[in-house]
Design a protein around this ligand. Structure first.
Ligand SMILES: *Cc1c(COP(=O)(O)O)cnc(C)c1O
Length: 378
């Protein structure tokens, strides 16, 4: 089955008791047993819930994965993965990573004995150099957030395999529509389903996909023990959202490409970064490992922080907000907003400067979006 069809049908057969075409919201905490230990696979909704199962089956199909677990949030998914490691384990992470990932790793997981190295993985040789005897995993985000740098997922997975490390990819920015890391050799994919997968800015959720049965069993054991589970209504909303993922991603990308080109030609813009632009330093890698370029753009306005602030106050259609991947366009200032939890010196080293703006391009009509940016820059 093709992606569009799977998004609508995988895991979502009509309800056998009523014929309801849409999956019911199984709003229940427990399940009646016909005798002690005799049940239909469901005992308690922290462990599993039928609406959640349907979401997991659909998301697994979209990532070409055998298994999926849905979580209460993307951070909940990351926390669960981190609990699969133990004191003294070392994890190599790309340097330009989601602010919440950086915070979880450096401020929380280090308190539990995990060690991290943050490296520039755009040069894959850096990965080899960073491996230590206690290294257990490689953590990748590609494209990175907010600088949209790319990491060669296949090359990283190959090195990880040779050294018996887990390769983990946060695929939130591309969604399974544009990129499938498991097909490139990675062991684990995770998503903040809050973003493109749900796509309507009305649920916070996460998901993990893998083909490894031992690993998914371990992660499910941890999830059940720590209780990082989504409620049935959130699972249902996400299933509703994901049905249109293909249509949305196409439009996000179409709009992003036109807006990137518009910004590139604007005299008040210093720099535009979008993997779809031919002048993106890794445009060739983008074409190789992704089927599209996504809906995220970053750009620098001339004049630093004062100009950036002035511009951000003037947009109307682009709402000033954290998050991304919804049908509506959002715009934000990474240094003050999403990446504020990263120390100023680290931000400066990475190139997240005060004039940098990140936009999540929505699926509105592109002419209206461009007019909005034009008036805000004037
Ligand atoms: C938002 C986000 C997360 C965290 O997910 P939540 O659902 O907000 O907990 C992780 N990685 C990336 C790339 C994100 O954009």
């Amino acid at each position: 089955m093709k992606f569009e069809t799977k998004a609508i049908h995988a895991g979502q057969a009509p309800d056998p008791t009523t014929g309801a075409i849409m999956p019911p919201i199984f709003q229940t905490s427990t399940y009646v047993q016909t005798g002690p230990g005799e049940h239909k696979g469901y005992e308690y909704s922290r462990t599993s819930n039928p609406t959640r199962t349907k979401l997991q089956d659909c998301l697994a199909a979209l990532e070409n994965a055998k298994y999926c677990l849905a979580f209460a949030s993307g951070c909940g998914a990351m926390t669960t993965i981190m609990h699969a490691f133990k004191t003294g384990d070392h994890i190599i992470c790309c340097d330009d990573v989601y602010g919440g990932t950086y915070r979880l790793f450096t401020k929380v997981m280090t308190q539990h004995g995990l060690e991290f190295s943050f490296i520039d993985m755009t040069h894959i040789s850096n990965l080899k150099k960073a491996i230590r005897p206690n290294t257990k995993a490689v953590w990748i985000e590609s494209p990175t957030n907010p600088l949209l740098k790319l990491i060669d997922i296949e090359a990283a997975a190959k090195i990880a395999k040779e050294k018996k490390l887990f390769s983990i990819v946060d695929n939130t920015f591309m969604s399974p529509y544009f990129q499938n890391p498991l097909d490139l050799g990675s062991d684990i994919v995770l998503h903040s389903t809050t973003k493109f997968i749900n796509g309507h800015s009305d649920v916070v959720g996460g998901a993990v996909m893998t083909n490894d049965k031992t690993l998914i069993d371990k992660l499910h054991f941890i999830q059940n023990s720590t209780g990082i589970v989504p409620g049935p209504f959130d699972a249902w909303l996400t299933l509703r959202g994901v049905k249109t993922l293909a249509l949305r991603m196409k439009r996000h990308e179409e709009n992003a490409m036109k807006i990137a080109e518009f910004l590139k030609g604007h005299p008040k813009i210093e720099k535009v970064t979008y993997p779809g632009l031919k002048d993106h330093p890794q445009h060739a890698l983008a074409k190789k490992q992704m089927r599209g370029f996504g809906g995220m753009i970053t750009f620098v306005v001339k004049g630093g922080l004062p100009s950036a602030k002035k511009f951000l106050k003037k947009t109307h259609l682009f709402s000033l907000a954290e998050s991304l991947g919804g049908v509506e366009s959002l715009i934000e200032h990474p240094a003050i907003m999403t990446h504020a939890s990263i120390e100023k010196e680290v931000r400066a080293k990475l190139g997240i400067d005060d004039g940098l703006i990140r936009a999540s391009i929505g699926i509105e009509h592109v002419d209206d979006l461009i007019s909005d940016l034009k008036q805000a820059l004037s």
